[in-house]
Write a protein of this length. Sequence first.
Lengths: 350, 294
Amino acid sequence: MTLPCGTPNYAYNQDMAIIRTKFHWGLFFILLVFLATFPLYGNNYWLGVSNLIGITLIAAIGLNILTGYCGQLSIGHAGFIAVGAYTSAILTGKLGLPFLVGMLCAGIVAGVIGLIFGIPSLKVKGFYLAISTIAAQFIIIWVINHWSEVTGGFMGISAPFASIAGFAFRSQASQFYLILTIAGLCVFFTKNLARTRVGRAFVAIRDNDLAAEVMGVNLFYYKLLAFFVGCFLAGIAGSLLAHWTGSISTENFTLMDSILYIGMIIIGGLGTALGPILGVVFIRLLEQGVTLLSPALQFAFPTLPSGFTTGIAPMLFGLVIILFLVFEPRGIAHRWAIFKAAYRLWPFSY
Amino acid sequence: MAELLQLTVTGITVGMVYGLIALGFALIWKSSSVANLALGELVLISSWFTYGMLVQAKFPYWLAFPVVILFALALGWLAERLVLRPLIAQPILSLITATLGLAYFLRGIVTFIWPWSVDALPRLFPIEPVRIGPAVVSQEYIWAAVISLILFGLLTAFFRYHKMGIAMRATSDDQLAVQACGIPVTSIFSTSWMFACVVAAIGGILMSSIGGITFGLVETGLKSFSVVILGGLESFIGCIVAGPIIGLAENIGGGYLTPILWAGVKDIVPFVIIIIVLFIRPYGIFGEERIERI
């Protein structure tokens, strides 16, 4: 247990509560106040960064359900996000449907496409599944690029601002609240999903799918459910991305992005609710750091080759993924747990 | 008719190169059960290195190619020693992701050193095209097929007769038993990585002499996964048979489907084949179905 000493549980619902002590409630309240007032002291640039973090977080949570909890590796996540983004952009931009309908449809269409490419997961796993999702990534992007009557082809497509009941989310600050709300709901959803029957079935499949089947877990149902939920969240993230940036093209959804999503959940910690948050924040802040610092470095050291600014980011990302896999395969979330345990017991470490 | 023959010849020859690159994958998979998804980037970086040697450093051919081979050997050794060796006995998800991280890193290096990202190798083969019946094929294709075939032969002989090759086959069968017989398993792993990198480098040079050096080479590496899937992961024969099949499907399918569907069908055919094979016969033509026990 990670509770502080002397926290008694007198009822089952106390045992199951996510936030237990008054101190936790206090911290949670401070976090809420900080997030709610963030647009007051964050300038537009950092609001943009945090919006991107929020959108990425939703997608990463989807991938975490699929890969972290259910153990089905997907290297086509950016493709599924693209499906959501384009569905939403087409439905709201071309057909004039309301934003909420567009977003829900984006999730459902992405989920169904994910189901189709997830069907091989019933027969194969590991490398085979990885390859089939890579194929999914290429097929999806190719179709989007060439079906230009609907998707706008290589030119991309524009999407109107999100609007709910007549209120349009035009500024970064208003979109921040929209994205924050949905991301918060997603975090709450995964935290609870892991403790339900479905979540336990996912974990059983991840640990050994054959044993899970023998125990009575319906593999067909739960594997496809994992694909649907994971890709549904990817679709939601895609929809938000489309309405946030205003225009999208397939450049935003490359295989490299898919790999980066896997990198994020591994760096954060697979199969934990906290992991995607930490991983996404880590990678996106690293990205910002590189974008801000590399031109300055290039300027300070003119001897650096001209590819420095563009090449340093992928090098760093690859390096970070490898280093985490070698030295901390359980991610930052595990380090955080160790730290919490240490400070809870301090100064008596036994 | 001439068009069909043309497409057939190009398809088979390009397919040979796919098969060759796929062989590099099968090598690593057989000896260490690591799925090397960085294959495309290995092809890319060794093609660029060849460019660097031939064009930028202006080495003569007889010097440049041995240097490239040495580079590929070093790359394979380093990749195995630094990335995969610490991950021995980790779950397959970590192994796959580690090679993906490697892919990311290598791509970063390529953009770092060669930021213009598109270029052509100097002409390696004579310019006059070859006529096969009514079809006209440029010499690069023929040479690519011939060199791939020679390498297939050499590697097959190596695995059949050389001590190291036999040890590698034994490792793929049972790592514990091999270790008990006193064969150093780790050095088998690095050898297989070094071999795979050399094979990828040669495949990369052949492909880039046909189509220039672009990020499309990464896709070539990914397309060779369809060869692996179709042929069966454990099988060298599978690579040799499935390579030309994929090449044929890609070229003939691309040639005849383009008027019906959109342009560029060619690029997507191998990936569609992957999905179809996984639906119908996931273990490929020559692969062995794994029976799992709890």
